[in-house]
Ligand binder design. Structure first.
Ligand code: C2E
Ligand code: CA
Ligand code: CA
Length: 811
């Protein structure tokens, strides 16, 4: 308290004023007294001189006359001078003639000690006594008590000192009062008024001016304070606006953002955090983060706690983790959580930001899934299969065990896909995948390579190759039987078969690609063997596959270098033997192998899609030939040359326009052309083929159904297909004369064709007997070695067209 008072300006002012007044009083009094003292000393000297002057004549006379009595009278007469302590008159021999010791000599006073500080206690004077002739005849000795002499001075000095001090003190007190009323009190009031305004609650409040102090310095202080307050007010307004903005940003964030203090309790939370914990911010603040999360999921809380403890050890003051967090709705999210240390009011706090990356993680997993799994069946895809196989092969090597790889390809799946639509096809694939899965061992891996191709990987079958092979074969047989079980999709039932290629591994120096291609080769062989069967890979197949590869590149060259030749085989009227039409058949003039039969390369061309170019080439060559013959007038009006179409060509979108373009380029009408299509090709996309055929038929082109009897030979399709002719396959013609079954079949085909008003061509007629049999069953045309083998264009020209001209000329 005393200390507080000491700090107050009023107190300090009083202290300073009084101090200064005191000091000044003392100083001024001291100077006055000092000056007075000097005068007083002079006065003492003067007094001594005055005494001397008073007694000079008498003393002179006493020494001149050597009159001791007079001398004694003189000195005694000095008795009245109270400050004298001693007086004596000396003769010229310096002998004392008379002396007088004054009793006051033992005078003591309270100022004695001070006088002693200033001067000697006794001031001694000796005045010469000089006669008229200016000869010294003696001397007067006077001793003065300094203290006595200074007594008046002392009296004055006390007065001066006390009065000066009192005056100064009085002035100081007056000044203090003036200061108090004019400065200290107003200042105290101003500070009290200023203190009554809290900086965080200014709300338009200002410091009031003191009356009569508006325009002076105190008024200025109040003005400045008010300017300052309104600056604070503005600044606070801005601050709260900024805080609101910040809050808005925090609350708009899709991420959880919150801060916790050193005790792990929430300091602030954003909207997302409130939603996550389904708890208002007010309730959250002050709650322990870890405890709160513990109530939802203790395991997660444990690892969060671990993170919070880890943070202080991190040099960079922050780190991120990916963690699963469950919210108050019991929904689990994958979170990217960042912990950032910060300091607030000198305390260590942690800012936590949780970004929900659930969707991203899911998408990543999905991408990863897509890279390794087939989306339709959920089976591993080629990539995954390779991964499995790699491991299995090296394991098999290590353990000296044999495994097997099965290449499963559905037969005629394309037909179902095309006729029933893709979604039915997909359903079928899914069900078949399940079927195969249910037959395999648990350790086996079934993968889908795409389309209707599946691969079954059977690791560690047996250490004995033959036993392993038998196990694989057993499974293949079981699979074939089960795949053929009817499958119902919607209201329809499907029966589908598969062809399976099997290869056993490990082989000498095999890699994955080779292994798969060998299994594929074996599967292809199974297809060639009539489908719905399996084939175990044999080394000879590798050579075959090798030669197929070689064939592919050779065929590419053949197409580029036009190594193909078109031959024409006549089709004759069985009754008259007249030329009705001719079939264009392709030949490959191989530079080394000579002429290659289409049977050796057409199916390969079909697989690789190259057959399209070949078909158009044949059509083009045929049109060119017709044009040449027509130009010479050698081409009979009703003669047609038939061109074989593979399914690939027929199914091309641009097929019709391509045909028209080729015909137009040679200026040939459709009436000279016939297309041979197989049932299989037509049924693959029935409606599309019907539409295309109709368009071309309008231009005069006719269609014949090739190899009739080998396909489905469904009558209902036959009715819908806009064909003009059917060509009975040579396999039936071959034995129709002797084989009652073929006899019945061919004769009924001829009868049906007749009913449907379709022309009939018997293929592969080699004997006269066959012609006679045919004639006995109706009016048909025939094609075969009996008539002629396929002839070169020149040969055909000279043998069939030239005579025709001479015939028309002669007739
Ligand atoms: P295809 O359409 O059935 O042609 C008839 C096949 O029977 C021809 O074989 C022909 O030489 C053969 N042939 C004719 N008469 C007799 C006979 O009395 N006895 C026997 N055993 N065979 C006879 P080629 O020329 O070897 O053609 C085979 C197949 O190749 C053709 O069967 C056809 O499907 C296809 N082909 C031929 N040329 C082409 C073409 O330009 N394009 C397409 N896409 N396929 C063609
Ligand atoms: Ca044909
Ligand atoms: Ca044929």
């Amino acid at each position: 308290m005393a200390e507080d008072i000491q700090k107050k300006i009023a107190f300090r002012l009083t202290r300073a004023s009084l101090g200064i007044a005191l000091m000044l009083g003392i100083l001024v009094a001291f100077i006055q007294i000092a000056m007075d003292l000097r005068n007083e000393f002079k006065q003492i000297d003067n007094n001594a001189r005055e005494i001397f002057l008073v007694v000079q004549n008498s003393a002179q006379r006493a020494v001149h006359l050597l009159d001791s009595r007079l001398a004694t009278e003189v000195v005694k007469g000095l008795n009245n001078y109270r400050f004298l302590t001693y007086a004596a008159i000396k003769d010229d021999n310096n002998q004392i003639m008379a002396e007088y010791e004054i009793a006051s000599d033992n005078y003591t006073s309270s100022t004695q000690w001070f006088t002693q500080l200033l001067t000697d206690r006794i001031a001694e004077y000796e005045f010469p006594l000089v006669n008229d002739d200016n000869v010294q005849e003696g001397s007067l000795v006077l001793n003065i008590n300094s203290d006595r002499g200074l007594a008046p001075f002392y009296n004055r000095a006390i007065t001066i000192f006390v009065s000066g001090l009192l005056r100064n003190m009085g002035m100081a007190i007056v000044l203090i009062l003036i200061f108090h009323y004019m400065l200290t009190r107003p200042l105290t009031t101003i500070s009290a008024r200023l203190a009554s305004i809290r900086p965080d609650q200014t709300e338009g409040r200002r410091v009031m001016h003191l009356s009569r102090h508006q325009n002076d310095e105190l008024g200025n202080i109040v003005n400045s304070a008010n300017v300052f307050i309104s600056a604070i007010e503005n600044w606070q307004g801005e601050l709260s606006q900024r805080e609101q903005q910040l809050r808005l940003i925090l609350d708009a964030s899709p991420n959880q953002i919150f801060a916790i203090d050193g005790n792990g309790e929430f300091i602030f939370v954003n909207n997302m955090t409130e939603r996550f914990y389904r708890c208002s911010g007010e309730k959250l603040i002050g709650k322990s983060y870890i405890h709160l999360h513990k109530s939802i999921n203790p395991e997660e809380a444990k690892s969060l706690n671990f993170c919070l403890k880890r943070l202080p050890k991190m040099k960079q003051g922050s780190f991120s983790v990916e963690q699963k967090l469950t919210d108050a709705n019991d929904e689990t999210h994958t979170m990217q959580i960042s912990f950032i240390a910060f300091n607030m009011h000198g305390k260590n706090c942690i800012l936590v930001v949780c970004v929900d990356i659930t969707e991203r993680v899911k998408a990543e997993e999905r991408v990863e899934y897509l890279a390794f799994f087939d989306t339709l069946t959920g089976l591993p895809n080629r990539n995954m299969l390779y991964e499995y196989l790699k491991k299995d092969i090296s394991r098999a090597r290590r353990l000296n065990l044999y495994g097997a790889l099965m290449f499963i390809d559905l037969d005629d799946f394309k037909r179902i896909n095309d006729s029933m639509g893709h979604s039915a096809g997909d359903q079928l694939l899914i069900q078949l995948a399940k079927e195969i899965e249910s037959n395999k061992r648990e350790s086996d891996t079934l993968a889908r390579l795409g389309g209707d191709e599946f691969v079954l990987c059977m690791p560690e079958l047996h250490k004995d190759l033959d036993v392993a092979k038998q196990l694989a074969v057993d499974l293949a047989e079981r699979l074939l039987a089960n795949i053929r079980k009817p499958i119902s999709i919607g209201n329809s039932e499907f029966i589908i078969s598969a062809s399976i290629g099997i290869i056993l591994y490990p082989l000498e120096g095999d890699d994955l690609e080779t292994l798969l291609s060998f299994a594929d080769t074996a599967m292809y062989k199974a297809k060639q063997l009539g489908r719905n069967c399996y084939k175990v890979f044999e080394d000879s197949m590798a050579d075959e596959a090798q030669s197929l590869l070689a064939l592919e590149s050779e065929l590419r060259i053949a197409i580029k270098q036009k190594q193909f030749e078109v031959k024409l085989q006549p089709i004759l009227d069985a009754k008259t033997g007249d030329l009705v039409s001719a079939e264009a058949l392709i030949r490959w003039n191989h530079p080394e192998k000579g002429t290659v039969s289409p049977n050796d390369f057409i199916s390969f061309l079909e697989q690789s899609g190259m057959v399209v170019d070949v078909d158009y080439f044949v059509l083009d060559r045929v049109c060119q030939f017709i044009k040449q013959q027509k130009a010479q007038g050698l081409f009979p009006k009703n003669l047609r040359i038939s061109v074989n179409l593979s399914a690939n060509t027929l199914h091309q979108h641009v097929f019709v326009s391509n045909v028209q373009a080729i015909l137009n380029s040679h200026d040939i009408k459709g009436t000279s052309i016939e297309f041979e299509i197989t049932e299989r090709a037509a049924l693959q996309r029935l409606n599309e083929v019907i539409d295309k055929a109709r368009v071309l038929q309008l231009q005069g082109i006719t269609f014949s159904l090739d190899d009739f009897g080998t396909g489905y030979s469904s009558l209902s399709y036959l009715k819908r297909l806009p064909v003009n002719k059917i060509k009975i396959d040579k396999s039936f013609i071959k034995d129709c004369v002797h084989d009652p079954q073929d006899d019945a079949l061919v004769s009924s085909i001829i009868a049906i064709a007749k009913r449907l008003k379709l022309g009939v061509v018997a293929e592969g007629v080699e004997t006269q007997e066959q012609v006679e049999w045919l004639n006995a069953h109706g009016s048909v045309y025939y094609q075969g070695y009996l008539g002629d083998r396929p002839l070169s264009l020149d040969k055909f020209h000279s043998k069939y067209l030239l005579p025709y001209k001479s015939m028309t000329l002669s007739s």
